[in-house]
Design a protein around this ligand. Structure first.
Ligand code: FPP
Length: 243
C-alpha cells in the first residue's frame, strides 16, 4: 500500500494532519502498569509516526500532547508528561545540533505555565530551525478556546479589526495550514478543545486503537478513509451544480 499512498498524498489534498493522542492510560491499565508507562510508550512511538507521515507526503503534523485542562490530573502524571516532553524536545535539539535535520518542531499553546527548563528548551529549538519541508507542531498547555481569546487580545492590542483573516494570523498555529484530517485514537468521539478554530472543515477519523499501539497500518487506514471522503467546504459537488 506504501507506494500507492505516496502517490495519493503527493496530490496535495492531504498536507496537514492533526492527532488527538488518546488512550495511553487504558493501554497501561490493560497491562497492569502505571498510567505513566502508557505516556512513556506514547512518547516513544512519536518518531515512527512522524517518519510514516513524512514518507506518505504529509508536510504538517500537529500533536495534542497536553491540554489546558490536563493540569487537573495527579501531579505525578503531569510531571511525568512534562519530563517526557522535555526528553523529546532535548533529543530533537541534540539531533538538530548534529545534523541539518529536515524536521522543524514548533510549539502551540501557552508556554508561560510550562516548567522553566522545558519552556527554555522549547524556545531554543524554535529559534534554531526556521524553515523545513516537514513541520511538527506540539500542543503543550494548549486549549482551543484559550487560543481564540489569546488571538482576539492580540488584535485588540494591535488595534486591528476582528476578522477571520486577522484571527487566523494571530493563532498559535499561524504558518501551518488548517488540518485536512484530524485523527483521534482511543475510540472517543470528542473534540476536547483541540483546534476548534482551525478544524472547522477538517475531516475527522476516530480509531479504537490506543495511542501507544498506533502504527503504520492505522496511519494507512486513516489516509485511505480521508481519500474516500468528498470535501465540500459547505458547497455542493461540481457535477450536482450542473443539474
Ligand atoms: C491522553 O491519553 C494522552 C495525554 C493526555 C498525554 C499525551 C502525551 C504523550 C503521548 C507523551 C508526551 C508528549 C511528547 C511531546 C513527547 P489518556 O491518558 O487520557 O488516556 P486514557 O483515555 O486511556 O486514560
Amino acid at each position: 500500500m506504501g507506494s500507492k499512498n505516496e502517490a495519493l498524498c503527493a496530490d496535495g489534498r492531504l498536507k496537514s494532519v492533526a492527532i488527538i493522542m488518546d488512550g495511553n492510560g487504558r493501554w497501561a491499565k490493560k497491562r497492569l502498569l502505571p498510567r505513566t508507562a502508557g505516556h512513556e510508550k506514547g512518547a516513544a512511538i512519536i518518531e515512527n509516526v512522524l517518519k510514516v507521515f513524512r514518507e506518505l507526503g504529509v508536510h504538517y503534523l500537529t500533536l495534542y500532547a497536553f491540554s489546558t485542562e490536563n493540569w487537573k490530573r495527579p501531579k505525578e502524571e503531569v510531571d511525568a508528561i512534562m519530563n517526557l516532553a522535555y526528553k523529546y524536545v532535548d533529543k530533537v535539539y541534540m539531533d538538530r545540533l548534529r545534523s541539518e535535520s529536515e524536521l522543524a518542531i514548533r510549539f502551540i499553546g501557552d508556554k508561560s505555565a510550562l516548567p522553566e527548563k522545558l519552556r527554555e528548551k522549547c524556545i531554543e529549538i524554535e529559534n534554531m530551525q526556521k524553515d523545513a519541508p516537514f513541520v511538527c507542531n506540539i500542543a503543550l498547555n494548549y486549549g482551543g478556546r484559550a487560543e481564540i481569546v489569546h488571538a482576539a487580545n492580540e488584535l485588540v492590542k494591535k488595534g486591528l479589526p476582528i476578522t477571520e483573516e486577522n484571527l487566523s494570523h494571530a493563532m498559535y498555529t499561524y504558518g501551518t495550514p488548517d488540518p485536512d484530517l484530524i485523527i483521534r485514537t482511543g475510540g472517543n468521539f470528542r473534540v476536547s478543545n483541540f483546534l476548534i478554530w482551525q478544524g472547522a472543515y477538517s475531516e475527522y477519523v476516530i480509531l479504537d486503537t490506543l495511542w501507544p499501539d498506533f502504527g503504520r497500518e492505522d496511519i494507512e487506514k486513516c489516509v485511505k478513509e480521508f481519500y474516500s471522503r468528498k470535501r465540500r467546504f459547505g458547497g455542493i459537488d461540481e457535477e450536482d451544480s450542473k443539474k
